[in-house]
Design a protein around this ligand. Sequence first.
Ligand code: UDP
Ligand code: MG
Length: 423
Amino acid sequence: MNPTVSVILTSYNRPHTIQKAIESVLNQTYTSWELLIMDDNSHKDTVQIIKRYLGNKKIHYFNSNIQDSERYKTTRYATLINEAIPKTTGKYITYLTDDNEFLPDRFTVMTNFMNQNPGIHAVYSKQRVRFIMGNGKISKQRTRKTYGILNQAAGYVDHCSVMHTREVADKIFDKYGSYWDEDPKHWFNGDAAFWNRLTQVTPFYPIDKILDVAYKDSNSFQNLYMHMPKRIPDGTLVKGPSTEVFLIEKQCRRKIARELFSELKYSNGKVVNIPDPFVYKYNEGTPIDFSIFTSAQLLPIQRLIRSEQKAEIFYLQNKKKHLIPSPKIFNEYHFNSEEIVIINDRIIKNIDSGPAFKSLAAADEIIPDGVLYLFNNSYYYSENNSLLHISPQTAVKLKLPVNNPVRVDSSFIQKFAKSNYTI
Ligand code: UDP
Ligand code: MG
């Protein structure tokens, strides 16, 4: 009997690629395998595809039933893998993500190598990486190489390019109390964190052949997660791959009704794409729907408003309206006249008034929130009348106008910047 290869496939809302992933296991020339599909409570479209394969006795399906609000708490795929390993029965373990496919000879080549070298407990291969554009076409591809025998595999070897023995996994469990490290700080590199554990116990042996293909699109986790701040500041528009657009307001997420998006002068260029788990991390607040036009309390923060009848322009922040007293001040803070939302005068009257904004030079306690400032090559973002230091990369991630910040002087910074206060 050939030893069994246990495949752990982690799945979350990828209806367009999950089928390819599953079939790449079915198409293996090596037939002694079991496939554990660990689905992280995907929407129906993905689950329906998975269910088509459940007639096959070698395929087992588990649904985590995770609540969206809980997703961000652990590195989910690490959690799913930790639940899967005890359920596996194979001598060998290998990992597949729902945006990857194995080439047909992968199990044959890898098991041959390990069967012939019984002292070897982990192997890795080359990988083809294909970049996919919005229309589904491949824009470019590259090859992830092998680098000889590795005593340090983190950063060199992908999630889907490894096979190791169950025996070595159990050694890791004895040493660390878990297989993969589920700490959410590893969302970005959970595989590398596990390789760091594995290489404490065994080196990784190379197989100089391409044995799997990774597909990367703009929604790949790494893309969405890169430069994302721990805490997304108020005033940011966010969207996950399978979520609607939300406004972060008082650290809650307010769903913006589609029909109102352009009426409120929002633009797609300002929407920050982040992974679903980090959207759901924010508690759901009152939706931004048509009721905002009847109740002053429901209007979203950081909007410019004006009535049909009057020329006065206000900016909304902290449930108050602040007058922008002159075109000069309007321009100083780089407000955009195309973003002025017209609101019924009665509603505007019902909004509590805060102090009018003053010019940059005269500002003392109140400044507009949601503005990007620059002083001495450092960027700052204003939130609750304070300046938060922000790195250029994070400012780009948050779609802030890094090429057109409001330039300020040291006295402005001294008045409004809080030390140790960073985004
Ligand atoms: N994943 C998950 N739960 C989630 C989000 C993602 O189980 O809430 C899984 C996803 O199905 C995939 C893995 O995490 O198997 C890694 O994600 P991805 O392939 O997007 O990462 P990248 O290729 O960008 O590194
Ligand atoms: Mg991936």
